[in-house]
Design a protein around this ligand. Structure first.
Ligand SMILES: Cc1c2[nH]c(c1CCC(=O)O)Cc1[nH]c(c(CCC(=O)O)c1C)Cc1[nH]c(c(CCC(=O)O)c1C)Cc1[nH]c(c(C)c1CCC(=O)O)C2
Length: 361
């Protein structure tokens, strides 16, 4: 026994040596790194206190608030990565789109974008228009030390759905009608949104983010054929533009076209709770996977949650590498105590302390 590297010991000083970064590169780790989508936010009392009286999108423009909110779950849970606190519509608002986030609803537009004339509203994002992002990322990278910071953006389809529908939509019917009736307008719209998302990621990466995640939360509303034709090229444009850091590509309900999500340019493929990770590993061979505990199950009795965590850790071993996460974001009513126990359980999995041999390091 010469290997002494303990993966549960204090994080290494360089985020690129972290367990999370190694898993992103496809290295097999002794236990999965763990973080949660929406780990910052309403499930945390300290978040609710800090946000009191400050509108969501305003909080995103205040680097002191962004920094504190991003750090809150890292302190509380000891997760293996931080995710930058912001929102997918922040860069849209920065270019002048009249969008707000309504509590309990989501992003809502003053006026939906549906015609060629409306496209003028979607001009390219200048980095200076989101200087508050640059500032907050730099502050965070300093505070986080060896813990990696994940930057993110909304994928073109998910953002376009909000823009075209004017708000959250169950069936995305106006969006789909536009996509099929006027493909030329559709592609121009997605290409503009892709440029904005790519620049939003670029700002975060240049400021020091260690990885990025592209969220295509509503892509699962599409058929594989429509995804391939109308969306894939634009998501690929965003992912291809990212330099030097790992790219996680996540969608909800996208199990039927997981290989397309991978081929759009993902280093890591995010999987929701519908598809077991061992099955996902067969669909995207060679790709590290991220996921996939059903966030709704966090409300079940602890033995249920614990069994699910163990199942997911075991199934994740069928992939080259696994990053433990939920299958979608933390729900606001989630008990933070349960998330803390999930982190503990994942971090104790896989023979903590005897990391080297199992990690094949
Ligand atoms: C679709 C989407 C949005 N925003 C986002 C997505 C993609 C991920 C997903 O599918 O969940 C991305 C997002 N939004 C937020 C983050 C921060 C980082 C994190 O994950 O912790 C991230 C990564 C903060 C937020 N974004 C939002 C909150 C809640 C705001 C509040 O405190 O009221 C947070 C913490 C608001 C928001 N913004 C959006 C919705 C649907 C909502 C919820 C509206 C509601 O139910 O009140 C759009």
């Amino acid at each position: 026994m010469t290997v002494t590297y303990d993966e549960n010991a204090a994080a290494p000083a360089d985020p690129s040596d972290s367990l999370f970064a190694r898993a992103c590169r496809g290295e097999r780790t002794s236990r999965p790194p763990v973080w949660f989508m929406r780990q910052a936010g309403r499930s945390l009392p300290e978040y609710r206190r800090l946000r009191e009286g400050v509108p969501m999108l305003e909080s995103c423009t205040r680097p002191d608030m962004v920094t504190e909110i991003t750090l809150q779950p890292v302190r509380r849970y000891g997760v293996d990565a931080a995710i930058f606190y912001s929102d997918i519509v922040v860069p849209l608002r920065a270019v002048g789109v009249d969008v707000d986030v309504k509590p309990g609803v989501g992003p809502v537009l003053g006026r939906p974008i549906r015609s060629r004339a409306d496209l003028d509203l979607l001009r390219p994002l200048e980095p200076g228009e989101v200087s508050f992002v640059d500032e907050a990322v730099r502050a965070l990278v300093g505070e986080l030390g060896g813990t990696p910071l994940i930057g993110f953006a909304g994928a073109p389809f998910t953002l376009a759905s909000y823009l075209v529908e004017g708000g959250p939509s169950k069936h995305h019917e106006v969006t789909k009608a536009l996509m099929h009736s006027d493909p030329e307008l559709w592609h121009e719209l997605l290409s503009r949104v892709a440029g904005i998302s790519a620049m939003f990621l670029d700002v975060q990466v240049r400021a020091g983010a260690s990885a990025v995640q592209l969220f295509d939360s509503w892509a699962g509303a599409l058929s594989a054929a429509d995804y391939a034709k109308y969306v894939h090229p634009h998501s690929a444009e965003v992912l291809d533009s990212v330099i030097d850091v790992p790219r996680i590509h996540f969608g909800v309900g996208t199990s039927e076209f997981l290989p397309l999500m991978a081929s759009a340019g993902a280093d890591v493929v995010g999987v929701d709770w519908r598809l077991p990770l061992d099955e996902a590993a067969l669909r995207v061979p060679g790709k590290p996977l991220q996921g996939n505990l059903d966030p709704a199950l966090l409300g079940a009795d602890w033995p249920v949650v614990e069994r699910e965590v163990h199942r997911i850790v075991a199934e994740g071993r069928r992939a080259p590498a696994h990053i433990f996460n939920l299958g979608h974001g933390v729900l606001p009513a989630t008990d933070p105590g349960v998330l803390a126990r999930v982190v503990e359980t994942v971090q104790a999995a896989g023979g903590a302390g005897v990391a080297g041999a199992a990690a094949g390091a």
